[in-house]
Design a protein around this ligand. Structure first.
Ligand code: AKG
Ligand code: FE2
Length: 274
C-alpha cells in the first residue's frame, strides 16, 4: 500500500476537494481486497445493512424514481461489521492516517463503508454531495473510493467539480434522477469543467463529502466494482439524521451527543498515536 502523502498532495486535496492516487494497492493487495469484498458481499445476500432485511435496490418504494435508483448501483453497507477480513483491510490505520492528514483533523472514525457495484448498463449517479445525508455535520468529512476493477469513462467513473467543497451547504441533501438538478442550487458550477477519475484497479481517490461529484452510466457489458469508506472526524456530534444507524442506535442518541461509539464508529487513527 502506497499510503505516504506528500505536502503537495495534501494541499491539492484541500484546494480541489478531491485527490486521485494511482497505484495505491499492490497487485497482491488488490487481489486480496477484491476477494474479501466479493466474499463479504456474497454472504450478505443482497442485504443493504447489517441490521435490517432491506435488499439493495428495493428500498425506495415502487415508482419510476425508485426504479431508476435501483439500477444505479448495488450498495452493500458496513461490510466491516459482517466480515472480519474486510474489517482488517478497511479499518487500516494507514488509511486512517491518510484521511486524517487530508482532512486536516486530529483523528478519524469510520462512518460507514460500502461496496458499490455498477452493473452492466447501470444508470448514472447524478451530481450530489455526501455529508448532508450523514448523522453528523462536519465540513471535512471525506471518503476513500478504491477501484476494484479498471474504471473508465465508459463504465461509469467518478467525476469531481474542483473547489466546490467550499461552496456547498448543509441542509436538504437530495439526489435527483436528473444529472444536473443540483446546479439549480449551485449555479456557479453549471458551466464549470468537471474532472473524471479514470483509474486502474487498485488505485483510489479521496473526496471531501461536500465536493460535488457524480458518476456516468455504465456503457459496457462488464461490472464497475468499487469499495469505499466514509470517514467522520473525531469529535463530531449527532445532528438528528438517521442515515445508516439502526433503530436502536438512533433511539439512544440526542442531538449534540458525541459520536464515539467504538462498535459503530471506531476510531481508526489519531495524531496522538504517533
Ligand atoms: O460510485 C459511484 O457511482 C458513486 C459513489 C459516490 O457517490 C461516493 O462514493 O460518494
Ligand atoms: Fe457520493
Amino acid at each position: 500500500m502506497n499510503y505516504e502523502l506528500t505536502n503537495e498532495q495534501i494541499e491539492a486535496y484541500q484546494r480541489d476537494g478531491f485527490i486521485i492516487l494511482h497505484d495505491f494497492l499492490s497487485s497482491e493487495e488488490l487481489k486480496i481486497m477484491r476477494k474479501a469484498v466479493d466474499n463479504a458481499v456474497a454472504n450478505r445476500k443482497g442485504r443493504k445493512f447489517p441490521h435490517s432485511d432491506i435488499i439493495t435496490g428495493q428500498d425506495d418504494g415502487i415508482n419510476a424514481e425508485a426504479a431508476y435508483f435501483g439500477k444505479v448501483f448495488d450498495q452493500i453497507i458496513n461490510l466491516w461489521q459482517t466480515d472480519e477480513t474486510v474489517k482488517e483491510l478497511i479499518l487500516d490505520r494507514r488509511i486512517g492516517k491518510m484521511a486524517t492528514q487530508l482532512a486536516g483533523v486530529d483523528g478519524i472514525r469510520v462512518w460507514h463503508d460500502q461496496s458499490l457495484v455498477k452493473q452492466p448498463w447501470a444508470n448514472a449517479t447524478a451530481w450530489h454531495v455526501d455529508t448532508p445525508f450523514w448523522s453528523f455535520t462536519h465540513r471535512e468529512a471525506l471518503s476513500i473510493w478504491i477501484a476494484l476493477e479498471d474504471v473508465t469513462i465508459e463504465n461509469g467513473c467518478l467525476w469531481f467539480m474542483p473547489g466546490s467543497h467550499r461552496d456547498t451547504e448543509f441542509g436538504e441533501p437530495g439526489i435527483s434522477v436528473n444529472m444536473g438538478d443540483i446546479f439549480d442550487k449551485y449555479p456557479k458550477y453549471r458551466y464549470a469543467e468537471p474532472v473524471p477519475s479514470v483509474i486502474k484497479a487498485g488505485s483510489c481517490s479521496f473526496h471531501n463529502g461536500m465536493c460535488l461529484h457524480a458518476a456516468g452510466v455504465n456503457m459496457t457489458p462488464g461490472t464497475r466494482k468499487a469499495m469505499t469508506c466514509a470517514f467522520m472526524p473525531d469529535g463530531s456530534t449527532f445532528n438528528g439524521n438517521k442515515n445508516v444507524l439502526s433503530d436502536e442506535q438512533f433511539a439512544k442518541l440526542s442531538i449534540g451527543d458525541l459520536m464515539n461509539d467504538e462498535h459503530q464508529n471506531p476510531l481508526i487513527y489519531h495524531r496522538d498515536w504517533e
